[in-house]
Design a protein around this ligand. Structure first.
Ligand code: NAP
Length: 245
Protein backbone atom coordinates (compact mmCIF):
# COMPACT_ATOMS: atom_id res chain seq x y z
CA UNK A 1 0.00 0.00 0.00
CA UNK A 2 3.12 2.18 0.24
CA UNK A 3 2.73 5.24 -2.03
CA UNK A 4 -1.04 4.80 -2.51
CA UNK A 5 -3.54 7.61 -1.98
CA UNK A 6 -6.74 6.76 -0.07
CA UNK A 7 -9.97 8.70 0.38
CA UNK A 8 -12.09 7.68 3.37
CA UNK A 9 -15.55 9.24 3.52
CA UNK A 10 -16.72 9.90 7.08
CA UNK A 11 -13.13 9.53 8.27
CA UNK A 12 -13.56 11.90 11.20
CA UNK A 13 -14.97 9.45 13.74
CA UNK A 14 -15.67 5.82 14.64
CA UNK A 15 -14.97 3.16 12.04
CA UNK A 16 -13.83 5.75 9.48
CA UNK A 17 -11.15 7.09 11.83
CA UNK A 18 -9.85 3.56 12.50
CA UNK A 19 -9.73 2.90 8.73
CA UNK A 20 -7.74 6.12 8.15
CA UNK A 21 -5.27 5.11 10.86
CA UNK A 22 -4.86 1.55 9.54
CA UNK A 23 -4.29 2.72 5.95
CA UNK A 24 -1.81 5.33 7.23
CA UNK A 25 -0.01 2.65 9.26
CA UNK A 26 0.28 0.56 6.08
CA UNK A 27 1.83 3.46 4.14
CA UNK A 28 -1.02 5.20 2.29
CA UNK A 29 -1.50 8.97 2.13
CA UNK A 30 -4.96 9.63 3.56
CA UNK A 31 -7.70 12.08 2.61
CA UNK A 32 -10.00 12.35 5.62
CA UNK A 33 -13.52 13.39 4.59
CA UNK A 34 -16.04 14.73 7.10
CA UNK A 35 -19.46 16.38 6.95
CA UNK A 36 -19.60 18.79 9.90
CA UNK A 37 -17.16 17.75 12.60
CA UNK A 38 -13.93 19.47 11.52
CA UNK A 39 -12.24 19.10 14.90
CA UNK A 40 -12.67 15.31 14.85
CA UNK A 41 -11.42 15.20 11.25
CA UNK A 42 -8.30 17.22 12.19
CA UNK A 43 -7.69 14.78 15.06
CA UNK A 44 -7.86 11.85 12.63
CA UNK A 45 -5.45 13.57 10.24
CA UNK A 46 -3.06 14.29 13.12
CA UNK A 47 -3.21 10.61 14.12
CA UNK A 48 -2.34 9.57 10.55
CA UNK A 49 0.62 11.98 10.49
CA UNK A 50 1.86 10.56 13.81
CA UNK A 51 1.85 7.18 12.05
CA UNK A 52 4.15 8.64 9.38
CA UNK A 53 1.61 9.26 6.60
CA UNK A 54 0.59 12.36 4.70
CA UNK A 55 -2.98 13.33 5.63
CA UNK A 56 -5.38 16.18 4.87
CA UNK A 57 -9.02 16.86 5.76
CA UNK A 58 -11.71 17.46 3.13
CA UNK A 59 -15.15 18.75 4.06
CA UNK A 60 -17.99 17.44 1.87
CA UNK A 61 -21.55 16.25 2.42
CA UNK A 62 -21.56 13.13 0.24
CA UNK A 63 -25.33 13.07 -0.13
CA UNK A 64 -25.13 15.14 -3.36
CA UNK A 65 -23.48 14.13 -6.66
CA UNK A 66 -21.76 17.49 -7.23
CA UNK A 67 -20.18 17.34 -3.76
CA UNK A 68 -18.87 13.82 -4.43
CA UNK A 69 -17.34 14.86 -7.76
CA UNK A 70 -15.77 17.96 -6.17
CA UNK A 71 -14.43 15.88 -3.26
CA UNK A 72 -12.69 13.38 -5.53
CA UNK A 73 -11.28 16.21 -7.68
CA UNK A 74 -9.99 18.04 -4.58
CA UNK A 75 -8.19 14.90 -3.39
CA UNK A 76 -6.57 14.41 -6.81
CA UNK A 77 -5.60 18.11 -6.96
CA UNK A 78 -3.88 17.71 -3.58
CA UNK A 79 -2.29 14.26 -3.89
CA UNK A 80 -2.04 13.76 -7.67
CA UNK A 81 -3.94 10.47 -7.84
CA UNK A 82 -6.52 8.28 -6.11
CA UNK A 83 -5.93 4.55 -5.58
CA UNK A 84 -8.26 3.62 -2.73
CA UNK A 85 -11.81 4.79 -2.05
CA UNK A 86 -13.54 3.73 1.16
CA UNK A 87 -17.24 4.62 1.22
CA UNK A 88 -17.75 4.68 4.96
CA UNK A 89 -19.91 7.79 5.62
CA UNK A 90 -23.25 6.71 7.01
CA UNK A 91 -26.17 7.72 9.20
CA UNK A 92 -29.21 6.15 10.85
CA UNK A 93 -32.71 7.62 11.19
CA UNK A 94 -34.52 4.79 12.93
CA UNK A 95 -38.31 4.42 13.05
CA UNK A 96 -40.97 1.79 12.53
CA UNK A 97 -42.35 1.27 9.04
CA UNK A 98 -45.79 2.59 10.03
CA UNK A 99 -44.52 5.85 11.48
CA UNK A 100 -41.19 6.56 9.74
CA UNK A 101 -41.05 9.80 7.77
CA UNK A 102 -40.30 9.98 4.07
CA UNK A 103 -37.68 12.70 4.68
CA UNK A 104 -35.77 10.36 7.03
CA UNK A 105 -35.90 7.54 4.47
CA UNK A 106 -34.60 9.91 1.78
CA UNK A 107 -31.82 11.29 3.98
CA UNK A 108 -30.56 7.79 4.84
CA UNK A 109 -30.69 6.61 1.21
CA UNK A 110 -29.06 9.84 -0.05
CA UNK A 111 -26.16 9.61 2.41
CA UNK A 112 -25.54 5.87 2.70
CA UNK A 113 -26.36 4.61 -0.80
CA UNK A 114 -26.31 7.52 -3.23
CA UNK A 115 -23.28 9.01 -1.45
CA UNK A 116 -21.32 5.79 -2.00
CA UNK A 117 -22.65 5.49 -5.56
CA UNK A 118 -21.64 9.00 -6.60
CA UNK A 119 -18.21 8.78 -4.95
CA UNK A 120 -17.65 5.47 -6.79
CA UNK A 121 -18.70 7.07 -10.07
CA UNK A 122 -16.29 9.99 -9.61
CA UNK A 123 -13.42 7.79 -8.43
CA UNK A 124 -13.91 5.05 -11.03
CA UNK A 125 -13.56 7.57 -13.87
CA UNK A 126 -10.02 8.38 -12.66
CA UNK A 127 -9.15 4.80 -11.63
CA UNK A 128 -10.11 3.49 -15.09
CA UNK A 129 -7.59 5.88 -16.65
CA UNK A 130 -4.82 4.70 -14.32
CA UNK A 131 -5.99 1.05 -14.75
CA UNK A 132 -5.84 0.42 -11.03
CA UNK A 133 -8.10 0.95 -8.06
CA UNK A 134 -9.51 -0.41 -4.85
CA UNK A 135 -13.05 0.45 -3.77
CA UNK A 136 -14.41 -0.73 -0.43
CA UNK A 137 -18.01 -0.06 0.60
CA UNK A 138 -19.44 -0.21 4.11
CA UNK A 139 -22.57 -2.32 4.20
CA UNK A 140 -23.98 -3.84 7.40
CA UNK A 141 -25.32 -7.08 8.78
CA UNK A 142 -28.61 -5.14 8.79
CA UNK A 143 -28.40 -5.01 4.98
CA UNK A 144 -28.10 -8.80 4.87
CA UNK A 145 -30.54 -9.76 7.62
CA UNK A 146 -32.86 -6.78 8.22
CA UNK A 147 -33.63 -5.22 11.61
CA UNK A 148 -36.92 -3.91 13.01
CA UNK A 149 -37.05 -0.11 13.08
CA UNK A 150 -34.41 0.18 10.36
CA UNK A 151 -36.23 -0.34 7.05
CA UNK A 152 -34.55 2.68 5.43
CA UNK A 153 -31.11 1.86 6.81
CA UNK A 154 -31.51 -1.80 5.77
CA UNK A 155 -32.51 -0.72 2.26
CA UNK A 156 -29.45 1.53 2.00
CA UNK A 157 -27.08 -1.21 3.17
CA UNK A 158 -28.68 -3.90 0.97
CA UNK A 159 -28.37 -1.45 -1.92
CA UNK A 160 -24.64 -1.17 -1.19
CA UNK A 161 -24.32 -4.92 -1.83
CA UNK A 162 -25.97 -4.54 -5.23
CA UNK A 163 -23.84 -1.63 -6.40
CA UNK A 164 -20.71 -3.37 -5.10
CA UNK A 165 -21.36 -6.53 -7.11
CA UNK A 166 -22.45 -4.74 -10.29
CA UNK A 167 -19.52 -2.31 -10.21
CA UNK A 168 -17.12 -5.17 -9.46
CA UNK A 169 -18.15 -6.82 -12.74
CA UNK A 170 -17.97 -3.54 -14.70
CA UNK A 171 -14.55 -2.49 -13.45
CA UNK A 172 -12.71 -5.82 -13.14
CA UNK A 173 -11.10 -5.63 -16.59
CA UNK A 174 -9.31 -2.41 -15.55
CA UNK A 175 -7.82 -4.02 -12.41
CA UNK A 176 -10.22 -2.15 -10.14
CA UNK A 177 -11.63 -4.29 -7.33
CA UNK A 178 -14.88 -3.44 -5.54
CA UNK A 179 -15.68 -5.21 -2.27
CA UNK A 180 -17.85 -4.64 0.78
CA UNK A 181 -17.54 -5.20 4.49
CA UNK A 182 -20.62 -5.81 6.63
CA UNK A 183 -20.00 -4.91 10.26
CA UNK A 184 -22.31 -6.23 12.97
CA UNK A 185 -22.46 -4.28 16.24
CA UNK A 186 -19.42 -2.01 16.61
CA UNK A 187 -18.63 0.36 19.48
CA UNK A 188 -18.99 3.87 17.97
CA UNK A 189 -21.08 7.04 18.36
CA UNK A 190 -23.67 5.43 16.06
CA UNK A 191 -24.37 2.56 18.47
CA UNK A 192 -23.72 4.52 21.70
CA UNK A 193 -27.07 6.31 21.29
CA UNK A 194 -29.09 3.08 21.21
CA UNK A 195 -31.31 2.38 24.23
CA UNK A 196 -29.76 -0.03 26.76
CA UNK A 197 -32.44 -2.64 26.00
CA UNK A 198 -31.64 -2.60 22.28
CA UNK A 199 -27.91 -2.90 23.02
CA UNK A 200 -28.49 -5.93 25.25
CA UNK A 201 -30.69 -7.56 22.58
CA UNK A 202 -27.92 -7.02 20.00
CA UNK A 203 -25.26 -8.44 22.32
CA UNK A 204 -27.23 -11.62 22.96
CA UNK A 205 -27.40 -12.20 19.19
CA UNK A 206 -23.59 -12.15 18.86
CA UNK A 207 -22.03 -15.62 19.30
CA UNK A 208 -18.79 -13.98 20.52
CA UNK A 209 -20.85 -12.15 23.16
CA UNK A 210 -19.19 -8.75 22.77
CA UNK A 211 -19.32 -5.78 20.42
CA UNK A 212 -16.66 -5.31 17.76
CA UNK A 213 -14.17 -2.45 17.79
CA UNK A 214 -13.61 -0.02 14.89
CA UNK A 215 -10.12 -1.52 14.44
CA UNK A 216 -11.66 -4.95 13.70
CA UNK A 217 -13.41 -3.43 10.68
CA UNK A 218 -10.38 -1.35 9.69
CA UNK A 219 -8.12 -4.39 9.34
CA UNK A 220 -10.59 -6.07 6.96
CA UNK A 221 -10.89 -2.88 4.91
CA UNK A 222 -7.10 -2.69 4.72
CA UNK A 223 -7.01 -6.25 3.32
CA UNK A 224 -9.34 -5.23 0.49
CA UNK A 225 -7.34 -2.00 -0.01
CA UNK A 226 -3.96 -3.69 -0.19
CA UNK A 227 -1.92 -5.88 -2.55
CA UNK A 228 -2.96 -9.24 -1.04
CA UNK A 229 -6.55 -9.02 -2.36
CA UNK A 230 -5.77 -8.29 -6.01
CA UNK A 231 -7.77 -11.32 -7.27
CA UNK A 232 -10.78 -10.72 -4.98
CA UNK A 233 -13.73 -8.66 -6.17
CA UNK A 234 -17.48 -8.38 -5.59
CA UNK A 235 -17.19 -9.98 -2.14
CA UNK A 236 -18.87 -9.20 1.17
CA UNK A 237 -17.02 -9.90 4.41
CA UNK A 238 -18.98 -9.85 7.70
CA UNK A 239 -17.10 -8.41 10.66
CA UNK A 240 -19.61 -9.36 13.30
CA UNK A 241 -18.43 -11.92 15.86
CA UNK A 242 -20.63 -14.50 14.15
CA UNK A 243 -23.85 -12.44 14.30
CA UNK A 244 -24.97 -13.12 10.71
CA UNK A 245 -24.07 -16.81 10.61
P1 NAP B 1 -20.37 7.27 13.29
O1 NAP B 1 -19.48 7.02 14.46
O2 NAP B 1 -21.74 7.82 13.49
O3 NAP B 1 -19.57 8.19 12.24
C1 NAP B 1 -20.19 8.55 11.03
C2 NAP B 1 -19.20 9.23 10.12
O4 NAP B 1 -19.87 9.52 8.88
C3 NAP B 1 -18.68 10.53 10.67
O5 NAP B 1 -17.33 10.65 10.31
C4 NAP B 1 -19.53 11.57 9.95
O6 NAP B 1 -18.90 12.84 9.76
C5 NAP B 1 -19.71 10.91 8.60
N1 NAP B 1 -20.87 11.39 7.86
C6 NAP B 1 -22.18 11.31 8.19
N2 NAP B 1 -22.95 11.88 7.24
C7 NAP B 1 -22.10 12.32 6.27
C8 NAP B 1 -22.27 13.00 5.02
N3 NAP B 1 -23.48 13.34 4.58
N4 NAP B 1 -21.16 13.31 4.29
C9 NAP B 1 -19.92 12.95 4.73
N5 NAP B 1 -19.70 12.31 5.90
C10 NAP B 1 -20.77 12.00 6.65
O7 NAP B 1 -20.60 5.91 12.45
P2 NAP B 1 -19.80 4.52 12.47
O8 NAP B 1 -20.44 3.65 13.47
O9 NAP B 1 -18.34 4.77 12.52
O10 NAP B 1 -20.22 3.95 11.03
C11 NAP B 1 -19.40 4.04 9.90
C12 NAP B 1 -20.02 3.22 8.78
O11 NAP B 1 -20.14 1.86 9.19
C13 NAP B 1 -21.43 3.67 8.39
O12 NAP B 1 -21.61 3.52 7.01
C14 NAP B 1 -22.32 2.68 9.14
O13 NAP B 1 -23.57 2.55 8.54
C15 NAP B 1 -21.48 1.43 9.05
N6 NAP B 1 -21.81 0.44 10.07
C16 NAP B 1 -21.65 0.72 11.40
C17 NAP B 1 -21.98 -0.24 12.34
C18 NAP B 1 -21.82 -0.02 13.83
O14 NAP B 1 -22.21 -0.91 14.60
N7 NAP B 1 -21.27 1.11 14.28
C19 NAP B 1 -22.49 -1.48 11.93
C20 NAP B 1 -22.64 -1.73 10.57
C21 NAP B 1 -22.30 -0.76 9.64
P3 NAP B 1 -18.95 14.01 10.91
O15 NAP B 1 -18.01 13.59 11.98
O16 NAP B 1 -18.50 15.24 10.21
O17 NAP B 1 -20.36 14.07 11.39
Amino acid sequence: MEGSVALVTGGSRGIGRAICAELARQGAAVAVNFAGNSQAAEETAALCRQLGAQAEVFQADVSGPEACEALVQAVIDRFGRLDILVNNAGITRDGLLMTAKEEDFDRVLDTNLKGAYFCMKAAAKRMMRQRYGRIINLSSVVGLRGNPGQTGYAASKAGILGVTKAAAKELAARSITVNAVAPGFIDTDMTAVLPEKAKQAMLTSIPMGKPGQPEDVARAVAFFAGPDSGYVTGQVLCIDGGMAV
